[in-house]
Write a protein of this length. Structure first.
Length: 551
């Protein structure tokens, strides 16, 4: 709905004296001091900076050609009054119409009487379009340039590029959403980019003053069930004309900083060699011992450990090891309870466990693993998980729901293990058939034993997943372990209203039917198959998978 703006009117402020400005001046930027409403700065397209301390009654002209290092053909792109210092002002100038893409970014600390360039770290061809200052930290500023966003932590003494997946593109405007501490950038290509919660940058210092690793405090995480994507993909069947963009990561976003990073031995050596080559020096072969040590190395790994209120580790998150700032999102779920061999689903998504308990505090720690040795680098920091909304209907107590989820996870893990163990049994039986065919053992007894084991494995598979032949034509057997488990989980996995009596009955049926199946599978793996392997080896049969090395 359009707002009724037609009744709103604009009026000319006749109190402003524009005599100091030429009739041909176009004001390109205007800034008001947050400390004095009468202190204003204006930039024009014909190379002027105007300053007034009396609310526009009189203006002081500053020719841009008089600014240090600025050509007289430049014009003002942006002026920003400092939010913390009454007499400080920043200015970004533009000379690209003359083929000059040099970044012209200056600061005055005495209301424009003297200026100083603050572009150290911004490359020569990075024209500056806008500059913005953090509302809490005076030394934290962001610059929108022709090729991305730059940040300074020390008031402009040194800038560095903010990457984070942003493409190399002209950023024409940049603003701060103060409530959420979000940085919003607008590009020449009609794109918007949001850096969520940049507040951690306020606590960064120069590299030599930062510790080896820093884990930052997190925002409270919203606990809710994500709505599934229509059509399994973000665009469904609507084609590429439909515009979509990523939402912020679901769950708890954990940020950390690495002062130096943890490269592999190969990467560290190659970096040193690259520096020598750039300096014009030669690089010698490091030696076979070094090359072999690099081949055997297990790459350094970082893990973020999530602990519950009891201090137990409930999740390990992989984390990048490169130097700099990183963010990892925890999806507020326990690890997947099934086999590690479980592949992604038809959507390409990896399986996950159940949600953790809401309205609770968790902690995160950052640990480094090098050649099997673990070392705590930073933490713990607290992660508060809050339920986002309250249920519309009265449901089960959350502790009751969590207890049922735990029971489901345990049983589901057992069923998954049984399915993959049965697959290994079938492979082992096929291997023993090959061993038997390659041996000099007379046909008869061993074939009977393998046939009996295979027939039993088929019956166990039917109890787990149903009759495969019927399933091919859609005649599914509902009285099977996976059917009961699916029913028990399907109605409660994404709901907090709690299990019904039918859900509980299905879980009980699955557990009772699984017990003898698991016992039989374990017997086949621990007794029947090893005995057959030993007997075949005693008969002089060749080696096969699962057998020990012959003596």
């Amino acid at each position: 709905m359009l707002l009724p703006l037609m009744d709103q009117t604009w009026s000319w402020d006749a109190s402003w004296d524009m005599s100091a400005m030429s009739d041909y001046n176009t004001i390109t930027s205007l800034a008001e001091s947050p400390f004095d409403e009468n202190l204003l700065y204006a930039g024009t397209d014909d190379g002027l900076v105007q300053v007034t301390a009396d609310g526009g009654k009189s203006w002081k002209r500053i020719e841009v050609g008089d600014l240090p290092g600025v050509p007289d053909t430049a014009f003002v792109n942006d002026i920003r009054a400092d939010l913390h210092e009454p007499d400080t002002v920043y200015i970004a100038l533009d000379n690209h119409k003359y083929g000059d893409f040099t970044p012209y970014l200056l600061v005055s600390r005495n209301r424009g009487r003297n200026w100083q360039s603050i572009t150290e770290g911004i490359p020569e061809d990075h024209l500056v379009w806008r500059v913005v200052q953090d509302h809490e930290s005076a030394d934290l500023l962001f610059a929108a340039t022709e090729f991305g966003v730059f940040v300074t932590l020390n008031g402009g003494a040194q800038w560095q590029k903010l990457n984070g997946g942003m493409p190399t593109i002209s950023i024409r405007d940049i603003q701060i959403q103060r409530r959420e501490n979000d940085l919003v950038a607008a590009s020449f290509g009609r794109g918007f980019f949001v850096l969520d919660d940049y507040s951690l940058l306020r606590s960064l210092a120069s590299e030599d003053k930062m510790p080896e690793a820093t884990l930052f405090e997190t925002r409270p995480a919203h606990w809710y069930f994500e709505r599934p994507v229509l059509g399994a993909t973000r665009k469904g069947s609507q084609g590429d004309q439909l515009y979509v963009a990523d939402n912020p990561p679901f769950g708890a976003v954990i940020s950390y900083y690495l002062r130096d990073g943890y490269p592999t031995q190969t990467a560290a050596r190659q970096e040193i060699e690259s520096e020598r080559l750039e300096a014009g020096n030669t690089v010698a072969f490091p030696g076979w011992d070094v090359v072999e040590a690099e081949r055997r190395e297990t790459a350094p790994a970082l893990r973020i450990m999530i602990r519950d209120e009891d201090g137990s580790v409930i999740k390990r998150l992989d984390a990048p090891t490169a130097k700099g700032l990183h963010r990892v999102a925890w999806n507020l779920r326990h690890p997947y309870y099934g086999s590690v061999e479980t592949p992604p689903n038809w959507q390409g998504l990896m399986p996950t466990g159940f949600m953790v308990k809401p309205d609770a505090d968790y902690t995160a720690e950052l640990a480094l693993i090098v050649e099997g040795e673990a070392r705590l680098l930073s933490g713990p920091v607290t992660i508060r998980v809050n339920r986002m909304t309250s249920p519309a209907l009265q449901g089960a107590d959350i502790d009751e729901v969590m207890a049922f989820w735990d029971e489901l996870a345990k049983t589901g893990g057992q069923v998954s293990a049984a399915q993959y163990a049965l697959g290994d049994i079938f492979e082992d039986i096929d291997t023993l058939h090959k061993v038997l065919e390659s041996s000099g053992v007379a046909p008869g007894a061993f074939e009977q034993k393998l046939a009996a084991l295979k027939a039993e494995a088929y019956e166990l598979d039917r109890a787990l997943t149903g009759d495969k032949s019927k399933g091919e034509v859609g005649d599914y057997d509902v009285h099977r372990i996976t059917s009961w488990l699916w029913h028990a989980q399907g109605g409660v996995a994404n709901s907090t209203y709690g299990p019904t009596s039918a859900h509980r009955a299905s879980l009980t049926n699955a557990q009772e039917a699984l017990a003898p199946v698991a016992t039989a599978i374990n017997r086949m793996m621990n007794d029947d198959l090893p005995i057959l392997r030993r007997e075949l080896m005693a008969e002089g049969a060749p080696w096969g998978r699962g057998q020990t090395v012959p003596r």
